[in-house]
Write a protein that binds this ligand. Structure first.
Ligand SMILES: Cc1cc2nc3c(=O)[nH]c(=O)nc-3n(C[C@H](O)[C@H](O)[C@H](O)COP(=O)(O)O)c2cc1C
Length: 333
């Protein structure tokens, strides 16, 4: 395997079910050339029994793009990873951090942290059949296990199977009683544990995730870890991504304006509709944060999320949104 340069993981946008789909990633790629983009989790079962094309297709523009898998059976993971490589993904990532009930019933996601040997078997099975990197995203603990040893032993065991990149969502998953949403908010963030992993395993790439919102915070974390993964803030405020290539990759190319990004998204909506009848609002929903914090942004957002406008072509909705933005800029919204 040709291992990519370590800066591949410097910044990434997190896997987010129902959010980080190919349309969302297309938007993000307009704003940053270098940031690694993760898919939503795709289960090994969906790839065995469902439509592979529906789950794996993506736009050529999205590279570098990583496929996140959910599963625990080594043969199923190998099958899914191989498909992922065949479809052109640059990385296969295993989800060991998702706490939802559905995932627990399938015995994968965060509860896999209790079974490092199962994860190691899965990683090894995937590495046996693909050339792209196989990475793991996980938590720092399960339920009330607070000790650092737990996550250290997990990473130690899984790295022995050949995984070199670990993305650490730096809070526990409480599997008893919290919803997935609460599990992203309530268990306290303990970044020091992710930093300690980097100290104890200097040969591994450790990226830190959870609650990171600003470029200043990203820069702070990069003092202690190889990479930073950002989820919700990237989704709610995609314009943040526009500064990343210059700030974190030393690539000061011109970033398109918000207006140019919006126009490119309208062209993309037209293309997606022509190609497979995809309605514009399935795409527009991901860009509602584009004018986050801008004058007129709220009125602009209302237009792009207005159900009554669904029958209109996106170019007309765009004109209405532009007019609303201009109105909002003078009549403070
Ligand atoms: C709507 C939503 C869906 C998510 N789906 C996944 C997922 O499919 N796989 C995964 O590993 N994490 C998932 N996560 C967790 C994120 O990847 C990330 O670890 C978490 O949101 C913490 O990062 P943040 O504070 O930057 O958002 C999801 C988060 C959100 C908000």
């Amino acid at each position: 395997m040709q291992f990519p340069e370590p800066q591949r993981w410097r910044l990434s946008v997190a896997p987010m079910m129902d959010w980080s789909d190919r349309h969302c990633r297309y938007l993000h790629r307009l704003l940053t050339r270098h940031t690694l983009l993760y898919t939503e989790m795709v289960t090994t079962g969906a790839l065995r029994h469902g439509s592979v094309q529906r789950h794996l297709r993506f736009n050529a523009e999205e590279h570098p793009v990583a496929l996140q898998l959910g599963g625990s059976d080594a043969a199923d993971l190998a099958h899914a990873a191989k498909l992922g490589q065949e479809w052109g993904y640059d990385e296969i990532n295993l989800n060991c951090g998702c706490p939802s009930d559905r995932v627990q019933r399938g015995a994968f996601g965060a509860c896999l942290m209790n079974e490092p040997l199962t994860v190691a078997d899965g990683v090894k099975a995937m590495l046996d059949v693909v050339d792209v990197p196989v990475t793991v995203k996980h938590r720092i603990g399960i339920d009330r296990i607070e000790s650092y040893d737990f996550v250290r032993d997990f990473v130690g065991t899984v790295s022995e199977a050949g995984c070199k990149v670990f993305i650490v969502h730096a809070r526990n998953a409480w599997l008893d009683g919290l919803s997935p949403k609460e599990n992203r908010e309530i268990p306290p963030l303990r970044y020091e544990l992710a930093y300690q992993l980097k100290k104890d395993f200097p040969g591994l790439l450790i990226a830190v995730n959870g609650g990171i919102k600003t470029n200043e915070e990203i820069a702070q974390h990069l003092q202690h870890a190889d990479g930073v993964m950002i989820g919700r803030e990237a989704y709610y405020n995609p314009w943040l991504l526009g500064g990343w290539d210059a700030a974190f990759y030393g690539d000061a190319h011109e970033v398109p304006s918000r207006e140019a990004v919006e126009e490119a998204m309208v062209a993309y909506m037209e293309r997606a509709f022509a190609e497979d009848g995809c309605p514009w609002y399935a795409i527009a929903r991901h860009m509602l944060g584009l004018y986050h914090g801008q004058r007129g942004g709220r009125l602009w957002r209302q237009v792009w999320s207005d159900h009554k406008l669904k029958p209109l072509p996106p170019r007309e909705v765009w004109q209405l949104a532009r007019a609303a933005l201009a109105r909002g800029a003078v009549v403070s919204d």
